[in-house]
Design a protein around this ligand. Structure first.
Ligand SMILES: Nc1ncnc2c1ncn2[C@@H]1O[C@H](COP(=O)(O)OP(=O)(O)OP(=O)(O)O)[C@@H](O)[C@H]1O
Ligand SMILES: [Mg+2]
Length: 426
């Protein structure tokens, strides 16, 4: 395996588990401008890191050093942004006096967050009374920064935003779409919750075949008319596949080519997330501007791979790249599919997972009879044979991906740990 670049990435900064969970629950921050004036690197750094978090991609953030005096100087001549973040090491009374000077150059609509070094109740009350949006005591983490900004700018009365789960194959034909469709179906039937599937493989997508649908319109309509997309328009493009499952089908024709810019699907995905609690994105196996954006922005990523070398190399590259692009998110999920093809030499599950540092969420055996008859009949696996072990695995994936249960793999490894200890005793 010497041709594989399998070195582990040391650049990734470890986040506390609580931080990852807190961030996971946050909704994206809107297009606001933020300027920060810091006195210490230990406050400037988490703000810089927050600025590159995927939930902050729409916000425009600039970090200056220099604290309140620099801000006052700066806004003598410049307009104030939507949010100013100020770090100050001044003692409470001095800080209040400095902020009063800032207020003279600050627009009424600008919100101000202060990061101070005094944990002082009088100061906190005084700041709130003067209209400061939040006072946070240093040290702060990047998750604190994103949370504070989201608390101010994400409207708590807005409709809740759905979770997006992007499925992508490590190679063509590994079964990524089939798994995406079946997991989506399981989510909609098990949890009686609305699910939208978007087939992003415009030229060759198979969701229409798998769900036995032949809609006149679908995802192409939306992506070629981004200005028209709103919830009502999207609703008209959805094909109903099951009681709570609807599909944005691909045209699966070649009359035109499908070259899109990097943000082409963003509006569509945003809108879908406002209409359904769960949006499953069937992303084709390509690496281009919009596929990269889609994967980077998704709440969860599921990579499907078969246990052979090119899949391992591609999975490793995907995992490393996505970890770099999403440093504040858990790594992508891994599904090993089509395991145990007769007479095919395969990489063992342990050898496949080890260089990735990811336990597979599921290992699905090669079952041509079940998969073949399901797709030929336009039925889901759960409709063909609800008791099949593969269907149980798919149901379990649906649980984990909607945050309802942890992977059985992990529980099993706990049990293995106990067995290991028993062995040693003997
Ligand atoms: N575990 C399995 N056992 C047997 N056949 C399978 C299995 N998983 C998927 N298949 C079959 O493999 C074929 C390819 O699946 P699918 O179209 O879902 O793959 P894909 O990764 O989305 O491919 P593409 O690169 O074309 O998007 C389908 O015919 C599907 O029924
Ligand atoms: Mg596919």
């Amino acid at each position: 395996m010497s041709n594989l670049a399998l070195d582990t990435d040391s650049e990734i900064v470890d986040l506390e588990e609580g931080d990852v969970a807190a961030l996971g629950a946050l909704r994206p921050v809107p297009r606001i401008s933020v300027q920060a004036f810091c006195e210490t690197e230990s406050v400037a750094n988490p703000i810089e890191r927050a600025a590159s978090d995927r939930r902050m991609t729409k916000a425009h953030v600039k970090v200056h050093m220099g604290g309140v005096p620099t801000a006052i100087e700066f806004y003598q001549s410049a307009a104030t942004p939507n949010l100013i973040i100020l770090e100050s090491r001044e003692e409470p009374r001095q800080l209040i006096a400095s902020l009063q000077r800032l207020a003279e150059v600050c627009d009424q609509s600008t919100r101000v967050v202060v990061i101070g070094h005094y944990n002082d109740v009088w100061l906190y009350r005084e700041l709130m009374r003067t209209g400061i949006s939040e006072y946070v005591v240093a040290p702060i983490s990047m998750a604190d920064v994103v949370s504070v900004i989201a608390a101010i700018f994400v409207d708590p009365n807005a409709a809740p935003i759905g979770r997006s789960i992007a499925f992508v194959g490590a190679k063509g034909g590994v079964g990524s779409s089939t798994i995406a469709h079946n997991v989506a179906w399981a989510m909609s039937t098990l949890f009686t919750s609305e699910v939208v599937v978007a087939d992003m493989d415009l030229a060759f997508g198979t969701a229409n075949i798998n769900f036995d649908q032949d809609p006149a319109q679908g995802i192409a309509e939306a992506v070629f008319a981004p200005d028209r997309i709103d919830e009502v328009y999207l609703d008209r493009l959805l094909a109903q596949c099951a009681e709570r499952l609807s599909l944005l089908a691909a045209p699966s024709t070649l009359d035109r080519t499908y070259d899109f810019d990097a943000e082409a699907f963003s509006q569509l995905i945003d809108t879908a997330q406002r209409t359904a609690p769960c949006v499953v994105l069937d992303v084709p196996h390509i690496w281009c501007g919009w596929s990269k954006t889609t994967l980077t922005q998704a709440d969860e990523i599921v990579i499907t791979a078969t246990p052979e070398l090119a899949n391992l190399r591609n999975t490793k590259n995907l995992v490393d790249t996505l970890r770099r692009l999403r440093p504040n998110d858990p790594p992508p999920r891994l599904i090993i599919n089509q395991a145990g093809v007769p007479k095919r030499p395969e990489i063992s599950i342990e050898d496949f997972a080890e260089p990735l540092g990811i336990e597979p969420l599921a290992v699905i055996p090669f079952e041509p009879q079940l998969f073949g008859s399901a797709s030929n009949n336009g039925r889901m696996l759960g409709e063909m044979d609800a008791q099949n072990a593969i269907v149980q695995s798919i149901n379990e994936m649906a649980h984990v991906l909607t945050g309802r249960a942890e992977s059985r793999q992990r529980k099993k490894s706990g049990l293995e740990g106990i067995l290991e200890r028993l062995k040693i005793k003997r």
